[in-house]
Design a protein around this ligand. Structure first.
Ligand SMILES: Nc1nc2c(c(=O)[nH]1)N(C=O)[C@@H](CNc1ccc(C(=O)N[C@@H](CCC(=O)O)C(=O)O)cc1)CN2
Ligand SMILES: Nc1nc2c(ncn2[C@@H]2O[C@H](COP(=O)(O)OP(=O)(O)OP(=O)(O)O)[C@@H](O)[C@H]2O)c(=O)[nH]1
Ligand SMILES: [Mg+2]
Length: 456
């Protein structure tokens, strides 16, 4: 039996809070907790034990807290675990964590508690990924997909694909392994069956890859790009929508040089709001043309464009270019600075659509702007609905499996059976890696758990 370490980490977010938890898992976790509570009654399994937590070197009381100790295998990780539920002071929590390390615990790596739960068979690899995505979810949709993957058997569709591939492989391998038991007709029949199964598998994989795309879209959120000429008040509007002064605002044209992205919630939807450099400042130096190009590039990545015009100047020539570029995308035209002057007559006709007069600095019509944006965002997000969470990693394995299956179907009539078996074997291995079967713990750690937060 290899030596198993005892790990420790802060299980709650860093920062002042009501309660903070230091979590231990591994063979020494109970002994470490006993050392931190010496002279007090022994810890009772799976009970809330109110104890003073003392620094072992000096006996000084660090805090009073609730100690929740659980004997393996009946714990989250399957190992002996202890939670020290303390007052939520970052300084205090750090010093208790430090004391645990001095008593022999090792700092946990990202996701290591969940990794240990996986090794103990408490969770599948897909459930472990769902834990990560549950914790990181930033929209209700993402949350409910992650929840579904964690609490129901999310691996079922992947297992179905694996089982189809395995049946296909068995059909191809039969005549290779037992040549005397198969007539030529049997062999042709087996190959026919294998190809039919592969085609079915391909269709199932395509569905899962569509879900992967929808998952990615969901995670990325909808991107709204604020674009317009210099000095029209794009950054002021960004700050007003964010409700705090995130970007620098000044009356000098060309204040914003690089795009600035921030997340906001519009309705139930997570939105990335991007402020861009203003376009088309007349005496164009090299830097300005770069900034302008960047604005054009930001529009390319936009799901929705929020074009800002200036009521004081009306529509300028270079703003027409921008309008033309944005026309193929959902877009909204706001005319800013209506506190300084009205929306010029005939502007809607020039723009070729409705405009909304606003004032970023006075807050005029910003509720209406937010309302219209929210509707557009919901329409943009509504076009994708994932029926199940499929992560980037899972999609990569699905793609490998699909490519091997494609090659198999293309060459089934012309290539010897052992080569066909090899191709199906590749597809099967990809699905096994996806499900976390037959892969080394190191590899799982590197590919999945590196993206976890510490203490999870
Ligand atoms: N305080 C605390 N809250 C938490 C967790 C935790 O570790 N600690 N969790 C962690 O992230 C989540 C809950 N998940 C858990 C899953 C299994 C077990 C557990 O002890 N399982 C045992 C016993 C089952 C039973 O008694 O019914 C087992 O599987 O054998 C604990 C928490 C969310 N809330
Ligand atoms: N009167 C008035 N002034 C505004 C309004 N919004 C912005 N301004 C002013 O217009 C100037 C330019 O504002 P910014 O937000 O920096 O404009 P920008 O579009 O980001 O400019 P660049 O980054 O240079 O492209 C600043 O002096 C703002 O205070 C508004 O609604 N009314
Ligand atoms: Mg700006």
């Amino acid at each position: 039996m290899p030596h198993v370490s005892t790990i420790a980490a802060l299980a709650t977010a860093r920062g002042s809070s009501g309660i903070g938890i230091v979590r231990l898992s591994g063979p020494d976790s109970w002994a470490i907790a006993e050392r931190l509570t010496t002279g007090q009654p022994p810890l009772v399994d799976r009970m809330a034990n109110l104890r003073r937590i003392c620094r072992p070197s000096t006996g000084e009381v660090m805090d009073q807290g609730i100690v929740l100790a659980m004997r393996g295998p009946h714990s989250y990780t399957g190992e002996d675990t202890v939670e020290l539920q303390l007052h939520g002071s970052p300084l205090l929590l750090d010093s208790v964590l430090q004391a645990c390390l001095e008593l022999g615990a090792e700092p946990a790596r990202p996701g290591e508690f969940t990794f240990r739960a996986l090794l103990a068979g408490k969770l599948s690899l897909l459930q472990a990924e769902a834990v990560r995505d549950l914790v990181g979810a930033s929209s209700d949709e993402e949350l409910s997909l992650a929840r579904k993957s964690l609490f129901t058997d999310a691996s079922q569709p992947f297992r179905a694909v694996l089982s189809l591939i395995t049946r296909s492989l068995a059909a191809v391998e039969g005549p290779v392994d037992f040549p005397d038991q198969f007539s030529e007709d049997d062999e042709a029949g087996a190959l026919h069956l294998a190809t039919r199964l592969a085609a079915e598998t391909h269709a199932d994989i395509q569905k899962l890859l569509a879900d992967a795309q929808a998952t990615t879209r969901l995670r990325r959120g909808v991107t709204v790009v604020i674009a317009g000429a210099t000095n029209v008040g794009k950054s002021s509007l960004m700050n007003a929508l964010l409700k705090y002064p995130r970007v620098i605002v000044s009356d000098i044209p060309g204040t914003t040089r690089d795009s600035v992205a921030e997340e906001i919630l519009l309705g139930r939807q997570r939105v990335t709001l991007v402020d861009t450099a203003g376009i088309g400042r007349p005496p164009a130096g090299a830097l300005d043309s770069l900034a302008g190009e960047q604005a054009a590039q930001s529009i390319e990545h936009a799901d929705i464009v929020l074009i800002v015009l200036n009521a004081e100047t009306g529509l300028q020539l270079h703003e027409r270019d921008l309008l033309d570029r944005a026309r193929s995308l959902p877009h909204l035209v706001a005319v800013n600075k209506i506190d300084a002057g009205p929306v010029p007559a005939g502007l809607e006709a020039e723009v070729g659509g409705p405009v909304l007069g606003i004032s970023a600095t006075e807050g005029t019509e910003l509720d209406e702007l937010t309302h219209r944006l929210t509707e557009m965002v919901e329409a943009a997000a509504g076009t994708v609905a994932a029926s199940q969470m499929v992560t980037h990693r899972q999609a990569a394995e699905l793609t490998i499996a699909d490519r091997a299956l494609g090659e198999f179907m293309n060459s089934a009539a012309t290539v010897p059976a052992d080569v066909l078996a090899y191709l199906l074997g590749e597809a099967r291995e990809a699905m096994q890696r996806l499900l976390g079967e037959h892969i080394a713990p190191d590899e799982i750690l590197a590919t999945v758990f590196s993206t976890f937060c510490i203490g999870k």
